[in-house]
Write a protein that binds this ligand. Structure first.
Ligand code: GLN
Length: 503
């Protein structure tokens, strides 16, 4: 029963718990057992504390026994990206500079998970301060892709994608600044969504690039991702960029799962050259599938998407250089060389030199340069103008079509170590995901098959205008349903090592 429970979807688990067939404690214990069995190899988690997890589960069982009405995911475990503050667990953001820090408060996303009765089973690994595409920039070592342990699970939310793909948790949280939910979801064969910017709260999320950072859900099914999306999204007065509008009906859309009559645009600039043939092939088939399901498909050009990556690598580092100034050796975590003689400036310099990794330093330097007087207009200012052109490309496209589609990533999961010495190669992993961050619109990645070259998962990206999140879930669910009928089950069931690791 125990290992069988970890194979269930979040929706199924919630039903089993609600009907009293299993307790939240049993479900949590099954996942803790699974973590104990496989996480030595997967390394998805930075922190798991069985007692804290079980106490949360017990509280849900007690509330249910007392007749309290609980949310639709009550008692279901969730793996929480270690970039959200948690008052009862450490929060590192994958950095040495925060090692040992205990946040004094819960992020809004954390608080809402608790209110919904979700069991936070542990904190997941990530690239330091969410900067990266593979988790290799984590100060605590990389996570491994459950499909092939020698490969990356994507990033920056790679601990979360690995945990869900390895059945260590049915759900996980992530943050998507340039692709950090959709890219790891794509390369591990699961579902990951980036809500509309401002649709989910940044309060208590350790900031990387504030105009881009967006919390979002991971699940093994579109419905599970939608349920988690609904559980933690919505207006938050503590976040000044939070949108004061109802959460789009994503769960209803995931259940509806039809695309008849929907206008689908294939983005001309996202695909072809630079994309792995097996990725392109599965994407092309997904487009044909959409057409066979009754969608009206057309090619749409978004000419400025070509400049999205360079614009992002000016805007995101600029915001990061400002946000990371708060790590001053006085307020949080690490403090190096404080001998009572050295000045505060010296202690700050020593702490930042030792506490930040190479990629974080690279970003701080890039951003400081782009914002410096004399260069500001040429770099940061120009990048913001490009951002406006990209927003206009989206607006023009969404006058012609209801959703846009592309491959989520140019390639499948790459081997650990392959790109660590080549930042440009690493950055290219987000070629197709970054435009939606710059424009703040809704997007999702859903599995669409395995690449012929390497047998690894490929993701289909669906993008919709801001606040039309329900549309991306509707299309993703339709694709998922049709493909699962064809495959006779979920794509993840084809993952070879997962099965072995369990025995
Ligand atoms: N890989 C991109 C970067 O390194 C995106 C990261 C993210 O979305 N957090 O900036």
């Amino acid at each position: 029963m125990s290992s069988e429970l970890t194979r269930r979807t979040a929706a199924e688990l919630a039903e089993l718990i609600a009907s009293g067939q299993v307790s939240a404690v049993e479900v949590t214990q099954a996942h803790l057992d699974r973590i104990a069995a496989v996480d030595g190899q997967v390394k998805a988690f930075l922190h798991v504390d069985a007692e804290t997890a079980l106490a949360q589960a017990r509280a849900v069982d007690e509330r249910r026994a007392a007749g309290e009405r609980l949310g639709p995911l009550a008692g279901v475990p969730v793996a929480h990206k270690d970039v959200f503050t948690t008052a009862d667990m450490p929060t590192t953001a994958g950095s040495k500079i925060l090692e040992g820090w205990r946040p004094p408060y819960d992020a809004t996303v954390t608080a809402r998970l608790r209110e919904a009765g979700l069991v936070i089973i542990g904190k997941t690994n990530l690239d330091e301060f969410a900067m990266g595409s593979s988790t290799e920039n984590s100060a605590f070592g990389p996570s491994h892709n459950p499909w092939d342990l020698s490969r990356v699970p994507g990033g920056s939310s790679g601990g979360s994608s690995a945990a869900v793909a390895a059945y260590e948790a049915p759900l996980a949280t992530g943050t998507d600044t340039g692709g950090s939910i959709r890219q790891p979801a794509a390369v591990t064969g699961i579902v990951g969504a980036k809500p509309t910017y401002g649709g989910s709260s940044r309060y208590g999320l350790i900031a990387f690039a504030s105009s881009l950072d967006t919390p979002g859900p991971f699940g093994r099914t579109v419905l599970d991702a939608a349920l988690l999306h609904e559980a933690f999204s919505g207006h938050d007065p503590l976040d000044s960029t939070s949108i004061d509008r109802p959460v789009p009906p994503v769960v209803e859309a995931a259940r509806r799962a039809d695309v008849a009559g929907l206008r689908v645009g294939v983005v001309k600039e996202l695909g072809g050259e630079g994309y792995q043939p097996g990725v392109q092939a599965r994407f092309n088939e997904a487009v044909e599938l959409l057409e066979s399901l009754g969608a009206k498909v057309a090619e749409v050009s978004c000419p400025h998407f070509t400049y999205a990556l360079p614009a992002y690598y000016l805007i995101a580092p600029s915001e990061c250089s400002s946000n990371l100034a708060r790590f001053d050796a006085m307020r949080y975590g690490l403090r190096v060389g404080d001998d009572g003689v050295r000045s505060a400036e010296e202690v700050m310099a020593l702490t930042r030199a030792q506490g930040f990794g190479a990629e974080v330093k690279r970003r701080i330097m890039l951003g400081t340069y782009a914002l410096s007087s004399g260069y500001y207009d040429a770099y940061y200012g120009k990048a913001q103008q490009v951002r406006t052109l990209i927003i206009r490309d989206f607006e023009a496209a969404f006058e012609q079509v209801d959703v846009l589609v592309s491959p989520t990533t140019p390639t499948t999961a790459f081997p650990i170590g392959d790109r660590v010495d080549d930042p440009m190669a690493m950055y290219l992993a987000d070629l197709a995901t970054i435009p939606s961050n710059l424009a703040g619109n809704a997007a999702i990645s859903v599995p669409c098959g395995l690449a012929d070259e390497d047998g690894l998962p490929v993701g289909l990206q669906v993008m919709a205008p801001p606040l039309a999140d329900d549309r991306v879930y509707r299309v993703a669910a339709a694709v998922e349903k049709a493909l699962q009928d064809r495959w006779g089950g979920p794509l993840l069931a084809k993952a070879p090592e997962l099965v072995e690791v369990d025995r």
